[in-house]
Structures are given as C-alpha cells and as structure tokens.
Design a binder for this molecule. Structure first.
Ligand code: GDP
Length: 535
C-alpha cells in the first residue's frame, strides 16, 4: 500500500467523558465490533474511583492497566482505528490533555440522566483550543433521562459548540423503543442485549405507517413532531462544519446494551478525519510527506523499579516509521536508533516493523525522551501544541533524608519527565515546588520517590494561585520585573521563566502595574525556535 492509502485508512481518536458516563463500556463495545476482543468484560476500567483515603494498590494497578489499555488499535471494515484511552479521574486531567494532542478527533460520552458534567466541560475546552472534531454519544437511554431537546441545549450552552442530532430516541427509560437515524433514514428497535446487534429497518418516509406498528401510535406521532422540529431548527448536517470543530453530530444509545454503538461506529469511520496536518515551529507538516516525523505525548515508567527503562508513546505525524532506523532527536540534536518498538493492538503488544501517520508506537527509552519531544528524519523542527498548563495545587518538596539528595533529584526529574506533575525551581534559594492538577499526585510522587528511588520527602503547602509563564518584547523591562518580584520568580523544567502568583486579585494588580510583561497560562506561546531550544 502507498503512504496515501495507509493514511486514508487510519482514524486516531480518544473517548472522553465525566467518570461513570460510560467510556469504558463504550470502548469495550467498539473493540467487540473490531473483533479485537471476543467477550464483554475484557476491557478493564482504567479509572481510580474517588476515595477519601489513598489506596496504593489501586494506584499501582492503575499504572499497570493504563499501559495495557493506553492505546488500542483495531481494524473495522478495512479501517485501522487507533483508540487512545484517557483517564477519567480529574486528578489525572493533565494526562488527558496531553493525550488529546495526539488524536485527530474525539467521541464525547454524556450520561442522559446527568447531562453535561464538570469534567466534560473542561475536556471540551481543550478540544476547542485545537479545533478537534467532536462527536457526542448520549448514553444510558434505557434510563429515565432528561428531555433530548434539553440535553442538546445544555450541550450547546455549557460546551459552547453547535450540535446536530444524527439519530433521535423514541421515548426513554422503561418505555425506550429505539432510535431513528436521521442520517440513514432507518429505525432501530431497542432490545436489551449485551452482545447481539439487531438490523436497522429502512424507512423511506417518516409517515410510513410501519413506524406506528413498530413503536406504537403515540410514539410515532411524537417522533414525527420531533423530526419536524429538528429539521426546522438545526441546519442540514455538513461534514466540513464537523471537521472544523464547529458542529458536533449527536447520537443516542445505550452502551451497556450495545445499542446505537454500531451506528456510531459506522458513521464515525465515514466522517471522522484521517490523520491531519500538524503545526511545527518551522511550518505545517503534511502526513503525506515522505519523511518520517512524530512527537512524544506520554511517557510511562516501567513497573519494575529495578529496571529504569520507560515506554515513550510516539504519535507518527508524517511518513513511515521504521524500526531500527536512525532518527533525529531534535531537542538533543542527535541521532537515535530505536530497535525496540511496540505497536498496540487491542490488548496485545507486538513488535512493530513499520508504522504510519496516525499510529502510536511505544519506544523503549532509558531517559533520552521527554513529553513534547520531536523525532524527525533529519529536519530540525518541533511539533507545537503540546503545552504544559498551569497547575492548580502547589507544594514545596522537603527532603527528609539529606543522604539521599542525589536520588531525590534524579527521581524528581524522571517523574516530571513522565508528566506526573510539574516542577518549578525558585530563583531564590533553589526551592523546589511541585505543581499538580489534583491532590492524588502528591501521594503518588511521595510513594514512588520512596519506592523507586529510596528518597523520603514531605510536602509543604504553598500559597500560590497560578504559575504564569512570562515574556516581554522589552528585555530590560523583563529584567526589571524579575528583579522587583524575585521572591516569586521560578523556572520550569525547560528553564522557562515563570511568575508564581499568589492570588487572582494580586495577579491582576501586577498585570496592571507591568503592562510590558506578558503573562501566559500555558507554557506554549509564540517564541522563536532558538528560545524554544534553550535548556
Ligand atoms: P466510565 O467511568 O465513563 O468508564 O464508565 P463505565 O463504562 O465504567 O460505566 C459506568 C457505569 O454505568 C457502569 O456500571 C456501567 O455498567 C453503566 N452503564 C454504561 N452504559 C450504560 C447504559 O447504556 N445504560 C445503563 N443503565 N448503564 C450503563
């Protein structure tokens, strides 16, 4: 097959949802269709349930499971689908944000009883930043949920995206009858079942009395009224509006009953984007370019602390990746050969000889690779759009065992490279402050430093509201600012300057007082490639 053909058959996407909306269940059904697994229950949930006390076994288990199910590749109707898993637990949101940089589109699962939940809103913001195309799957129609029109309004309002229903539910809960596909003009009757898939019934005319026979007169009447309203209110579905991230097509179903999932998948492979061109510091790179390039979006430490090797997850963006070839590690400006590369096919891992745009490859690494690193076939550019976001909780690292300072430093660096949290080193006194999105990470860090590096730490809470990356066109003004705010200036992992703001009000005041200084809430803003290169 040619490079173009390989690209045309690939769809790389992620499923996002608020915990418990049905992400794991939907993933499992999709894998069943792909023949990637034989029976239901084979996909382990990779979530950590909210718990008051930390449960170490659970966290360790999570790490194990998340390697196994991080990427699930499967074939369906001649299409190679790469599904990237995202942790649902909000404390791991940063990991989810980064995974979203490696997908080309997203399926968002919404619980019809609970509607749009907080975590969904946050994830949608990340999708919008990158104009990622989104398909909504409204789940659990076998339960008494909210009115479907209200749900659509809520999605438009809370997620700030236009919607276009492509299927429509006929009643719900105990009296749920099925869905009418507005796209295929067919009716699918609901039969609670976990594995079998009923054939859809073609309906050429919505006024066909066969609908009355199948779902009852009242339901048929309601359906006709709903469809008329939909056709009147929502513009005709246009694939380009979906691909540009402006309109989200909506499907209704019940994942646990495997209902509406096939329709979702069939439409998905028709409309979802093939691997898209991506921005770099030099230019936009097309997937069809002959030369290989890609970036690292996730790093996973080996479960065995005796072996320090890690798996780096590479998203192939252009050309063909070949095992054993020499590629340029742009940040380190050196060539690396990866003789050990893994493909992720559902739950098996297998050695991969070659990979194509859209594919995810696992590279065994002994510490050369960081999240955000670019690998190319010689050209010197960096993929952009893999920023760090300002963390929300900050704590100073207190070393409790002076004899183990070296181990602590090494451990901290490695954990940060894995993306567990962000480290900020203050200019004054070399204080080290760790920033995370959730409280759970501090426990993970403390535990892993002890377990894997034999270093003992405690954490001291810090009065910090946000980490703001700072820059200025005027270097003199920037230096003046640094001098006057010395106690609050730190460096991030790449040595970039960060202002640690204590409160929202105070930050506002500082911004007003220093109009020449730009404050950024993510680590990525327009810079020259040289500046990006500094370490
Ligand atoms: P996740 O946290 O988003 O991965 O959610 P899960 O897939 O683990 O689902 C959470 C719970 O909802 C589980 O108990 C599922 O069995 C249940 N569930 C999933 N889909 C449906 C559905 O269509 N109907 C009903 N009633 N329950 C569902």
């Amino acid at each position: 097959m040619t490079l173009e053909q390989e690209i045309a058959k690939r769809r790389t996407f992620g499923i996002i949802s608020h915990p418990d909306a049905g992400k794991t269940t939907l993933t499992e059904k999709l894998l069943l269709f792909g023949g990637a697994i034989q029976k239901a229950g084979a996909v382990k949930s990779s979530k950590i349930k909210d718990h008051a006390r930390s449960d170490w076994m659970e966290i360790e288990k999570q790490r194990g499971i998340s390697v196994a199910t991080s990427v699930m590749g499967f074939n369906y109707n001649g299409i190679k689908i790469n599904l990237l898993d995202t942790p649902g637990h909000q404390d791991f949101a940063e990991d989810t944000y980064r995974t979203l940089t490696a997908v080309d589109s997203v399926i968002m699962v919404i619980d019809c009883v609970k509607g749009v939940e907080m975590q969904t809103e946050k994830l949608m913001e990340v999708c919008r930043m990158r104009s990622t195309p989104v398909i909504c799957f409204i789940n659990k129609l076998d339960r008494e949920g909210q009115d479907p029109f209200d749900l659509l309004d809520e999605i438009e309002e809370k997620l700030n995206i236009k919607v276009r229903p492509l299927s429509w539910p006929i009643s719900m809960g105990k009296t749920f009858k099925g869905v009418y596909s507005l796209y295929e003009k067919s009716l699918k009757l609901f039969t609670p079942s976990k594995t079998t898939v009923e054939e859809a019934i073609e309906i050429s005319d919505i006024n066909d009395p066969v609908i009355d026979q199948l779902v009852g007169e009242n339901n048929a009447k309601q359906l006709r009224a709903d469809v008329e309203l939909i056709e009147g209110v929502y513009p005709e579905f246009d694939v380009d509006d979906y691909l540009s991230g402006n309109v989200a097509p909506v499907f209704f179903g019940s994942a646990v009953n495997n209902f509406g999932v096939k329709e979702l998948l069939d439409t998905f492979i028709k409309i979802a984007p093939t691997p898209i061109p991506r921005e770099t510091t030099l230019r936009e790179v097309e997937p069809s370019e002959k030369k290989f390039s890609g970036f690292i979006f996730k790093i996973h430490a080996n479960m065995d602390p005796k072996h320090r090797n890690r798996i780096a997850f590479l998203r192939v963006c252009s050309g063909k990746f070949e095992r054993g070839s020499n590629y340029t590690h742009v940040r380190q400006d050196k060539n690396i050969r990866f003789s050990n590369a893994t493909a992720f096919m559902a739950q098996d891992r297998e050695t991969v000889e070659e990979a194509w745009p859209g594919d995810i490859v696992g590279l065994y690494d002994t510490g050369n690779l960081k999240i955000g690193d670019t690998l190319t076939d010689g050209e010197k550019f960096f993929y952009t759009g893999i920023p760090s976001f300002s963390p929300e909780i900050f704590k100073e690292v207190i070393n409790k065992d002076a004899m183990k300072t070296k181990q602590l430093e090494k451990g901290l660096i490695q954990l940060m490279e894995e993306g567990v949290a962000q480290l900020f080193t203050f200019e004054l006194g070399n204080r080290k402050v760790v920033g995370t999105v959730g409280a759970l990470q501090f426990e993970v860090i403390q535990f892993r430093l002890k377990n894997e590096y034999n270093a003992t730490v405690e954490f001291a809470p810090q009065n910090i509201f946000k980490a703001c990356w700072i820059s200025s066109k005027d270097q003199v003004k920037l230096q003046e600012f640094i001098d006057s705010k010395q106690r609050h200036i730190a460096r991030d992992k790449d040595g970039k300057l960060v202002f640690m703001a204590e409160s929202k009000a105070w930050l506002q005041m500082v911004q007003d007082n220093f109009p020449e200084i730009e404050f950024h809430f993510t680590s990525e803003f327009k810079e020259t490639p040289e500046a990006l290169n500094q370490n």
